[in-house]
Design a protein around this ligand. Structure first.
Ligand code: NAG
Ligand code: NAG
Ligand code: NAG
Ligand code: NAG
Ligand code: NAG
Ligand code: NAG
Ligand code: NAG
Ligand code: NAG
Ligand code: NAG
Ligand code: NAG
Ligand code: NAG
Ligand code: NAG
Length: 660
């Protein structure tokens, strides 16, 4: 009872269930003070998962044949209703001449599913993807100042049902959802000199160095490393297999979770208990990760793609075709039920571990440093030491996150993971589908339009002295998703046709917003319209390397502002009709459904932004995009790994290796 007063509502009930009879503990009280921001559901145990008595309704694996989970179905009713007013507001500002959007909403609001169902999907690509994605989401968020003026798109986030992400994109999304659905603007407005203000997105120190002391983080680098090691040791000693992703996830948390030590007790499933979520006032966050079969080293394009929702981990792919209750992932299941009927595991789904799973890129970072340092910063002795350590860990196991396999013995005929007690998950971009579209193109979700933010690094350049043509997207991610939809693994998903990557470059489709799937009659089944938003230079050369591990605040903000300008097309200066055209894309499928005539202004927009089916597959010349607006004056490129940072990373790897 002692803690009751500190908490309110559903959060308190769920929380007290996990801590009943726990004696007074100062760490607990500290955690409770932060409870509204994300539930430290695993307090006071921190990072170590706990074996608990299973609830009387024992957790089971749910077949995907049942469609969406009962939790999502119930939640969607609330969410779809909650999107109506923001959508009304947004559409009224979009100046869609020839359609009275207010009347349209009034006529159809008794049946929210007649109205547009909007998804936003962010790609991977390290900090570049995190920051570019942040700029787009900031532009879509009505809490951003001036975002509801002329030429702006504020409110699109509030009108959306889903927000999916993978890898670097999921750092951004995860950071919002583990922090009380705070806004990008609020994070940027933190006064880092004020010790109470927190230390979110302080990317000036690389993740290898750890946070600056001060603010909520109290550790120096040595303390930082020992805290990472202690946390992962604790999990290991409790009998759970750990992998490099545990260290990676814990390290990420210091930058992404606004709580002491990056909130080691915070769980992803606890998002489903937060009032702002249960009330349907935010989009549903969905994170994407790829399965890697036992013994596999390369992830094929038809690998099983897993999704984390706040309720579940699982997939609609015909291989596994099932979902595990996320809160109890860590429990030994066999053929869909806990092996020991009485013992369940909780606290395995630590927020950093989940974010780290979708972005097990850490090891790619190390692989890049492994013997191929081009920065000239590493001494050869340091390099060979690093190579020595990494060759022992080996490429086979450098990128996995180890899960107790909830799908062991489940769907034996089709499930390649059924034979293994461990489920190895890897970065959601490893199957080449680098935008987190998979969960949003599942027919049961009925998504009408996806804003697909692509921060991939696809292009290369032949001029080593001028890298401005490298690390931009070329549509490869959309090609991968389209091709997969035609394969057996696609299992009924439909994705609009897209051209080859050469055509993307030759026709400039990778350099400006492009709509795919505009003509619903040219599709083999229901599919969303894709509003493709490729990363391009609007005010800053945001084509930083995926392996740039540190950004000072000036660079960080420039990256974000560039993403903002991409989303708004320079606040409408590149095309004053852009907001109208976004509105037309949002409404397109809904107008079809309700048999409403498409306004002329939308037909003009579709002529301008829809891919018309032409291709130009010739090998393109060197890609060299022009800055579209006035460039920000930020000197030179992003920071590089410093020698001391690499030395520290070496220390971490050695320690990690010793613990494996
Ligand atoms: C969470 O966000 C809400 C809405 O912005 C705010 O009222 C509340 O104070 C926030 N809670 C915390 C703990 O920051
Ligand atoms: C999900 O739904 C089940 C039953 O439909 C319910 O028991 C459970 O509490 C729900 N989970 C959450 C986190 O709301
Ligand atoms: C943003 O939209 C929400 C939902 O419509 C609304 O409640 C809120 O007042 C809006 N905020 C601002 C700053 O306009
Ligand atoms: C709205 O769009 C029409 C064209 O359809 C244009 O003539 C008019 O200026 C626009 N109004 C505003 C406020 O942008
Ligand atoms: C959503 O709105 C409809 C129409 O106003 C209403 O009938 C329904 O009860 C609402 N659903 C929820 C869960 O509030
Ligand atoms: C908002 O708009 C006003 C008026 O146009 C301008 O003075 C102000 O600088 C803008 N604020 C931001 C944060 O862009
Ligand atoms: C981070 O936490 C601090 C202290 O709890 C709080 O004052 C601050 O508003 C939080 N920052 C964000 C962006 O939520
Ligand atoms: C590092 O490089 C060595 C030598 O080329 C190689 O054997 C090893 O597998 C690599 N390790 C990783 C993690 O890439
Ligand atoms: C994936 O592709 C491989 C090679 O084409 C094939 O052998 C395998 O059956 C496919 N797996 C699935 C689940 O479709
Ligand atoms: C229409 O569909 C066909 C077959 O999928 C495809 O080749 C063509 O490019 C599509 N056209 C457009 C405009 O999407
Ligand atoms: C941020 O980094 C850029 C590029 O490395 C550099 O030119 C600039 O001086 C840095 N700004 C600060 C405040 O350190
Ligand atoms: C639409 C479709 O093909 N659905 C299939 C997905 O995979 C499951 C499991 O193999 C099948 O039962 C569905 O028919």
């Amino acid at each position: 009872m002692r803690y009751q007063a500190l908490l309110t509502g559903a959060a308190s009930v769920a929380f007290l269930n996990t801590v009943d009879a726990t004696p007074y503990d100062p760490r607990l009280v500290k955690a409770l003070a932060l409870a509204n921001r994300a539930l430290p559901a695993n307090a006071p145990h921190g990072y170590t998962p706990q074996t608990v008595t299973c609830p009387s309704a024992r957790p089971t694996i749910r077949s995907a044949a049942g469609g969406l989970s009962p939790n999502e179905t119930a939640w969607l009713e609330l969410r779809r209703n909650a999107t109506i007013e923001p959508m009304r507001d947004l559409l009224s500002r979009m100046n869609i001449t020839g359609l009275d959007t207010d009347t349209y909403i009034n006529n159809h609001m008794s049946n929210a599913s007649a109205l547009p169902n909007i998804g936003i999907s962010l790609s991977g690509g390290g900090y570049r993807a995190m920051l570019n994605g942040a700029g787009v989401v900031e532009a879509f968020d009505n809490r951003t100042s001036n975002s509801t003026g002329t030429g702006q798109l504020g409110g699109l986030l509030q009108a959306s049902t889903y927000l999916s992400a993978l890898s670097g994109g999921n750092w951004m999304v995860g950071s919002l959802y583990t922090n009380n659905f705070t806004s990008v603007s609020a994070i940027l407005a933190q006064d880092t000199a004020d010790s109470d203000s927190g230390s979110l997105w302080q990317l000036g120190n690389s993740i290898f160095e750890g946070p600056d002391t001060g603010g909520i983080q109290l550790l120096d680098s040595v303390g930082y490393y020992s805290s990472l090691l202690d946390a992962v040791d604790g999990k290991n000693n409790a009998g759970f297999t750990t992998s490099i992703t545990d260290y990676w996830g814990r390290a990420l948390s210091y930058q992404l979770v606004n709580a002491t030590d990056g909130g080691p007790a915070y769980t992803w499933s606890s998002i489903a208990e937060q009032e702002w979520f249960t009330s349907g006032s935010t989009p549903l966050p969905l994170l994407v990760s790829d399965g890697r079969k036992p013994g596999e080293t390369l992830v094929p394009t038809n690998t099983t793609v897993f999704t984390f929702s706040p309720w579940e981990l699982g997939t609609f792919d015909p291989s596994v075709y099932g979902f595990a209750p996320l809160r109890y992932v860590g429990t030994n299941f066999s053929d869909g039920s806990p092996i020991d009927n009485e013992r369940c595991v909780e606290g395995f789904d630590n927020v950093g571990f989940v974010m780290g799973t979708s972005s097990s890129l850490f090891n790619s970072v190390l692989t890049v440093v492994n013997g191929t340092d081009t920065t000239g910063l590493l001494s050869s002795a340091l390099q060979s030491a690093l190579v020595g350590v990494l060759s022992d860990i080996g490429e086979d196991n450098d990128d996995i996150a180890d899960y107790v396999n909830p799908f062991y013995g489940y769907h034996n005929g089709s499930n390649p993971y059924a034979v293994s007690k461990q489920l190895t998950l890897v970065d959601g971009g490893e199957d080449d589908q680098n935008i987190a579209l998979h969960p949003l193109i599942q027919p049961v979700r009925h998504v009408d339009v996806i804003f697909a933010v692509d921060s991939s690094a696809d292009t290369t350049t032949s001029y080593p002295t001028n890298s401005s043509g490298a690390n931009w997207p070329d549509g490869a991610s959309l090609v991968a998703t389209y091709e997969r939809s035609l394969d057996a693994i696609g299992n009924g998903t439909v994705f609009p046709a897209v051209p080859d990557t050469n055509s993307f470059i030759n026709l400039g489709l990778n350099n400006k917003p492009t709509f795919f799937g505009c003509d619903a009659s040219n599709l083999t089944g229901p599919s969303p319209i894709i509003v493709y938003l490729p990363n391009a230079p609007y005010v800053y050369n945001s084509n930083t390397s995926t392996y740039d591990m540190s950004y000072n605040d000036t660079e960080r903000n420039a990256m974000i502002l560039n993403g903002y300008n991409g989303a708004t097309q320079g606040n409408g200066t590149l095309d004053s009709q852009w907001p109208t055209c976004v509105g037309c894309a949002i409404l397109s499928r809904s107008l079809n459904r309700t048999g409403t005539t498409v306004p002329d202004v939308c037909t003009q927009c579709f002529d301008r932004y829809c891919w018309n089916g032409t291709t130009d597959s010739r090998t393109p010349g060197n890609y060299q995009p022009e800055m579209k607006l006035t460039a920000l004056s930020v000197t030179s490129g992003a920071g590089r790994l410093s020698q001391s940072a690499v030395a520290l990373s070496l220390g971490l790897v050695v320690a990690a290796y010793a613990a494996l």
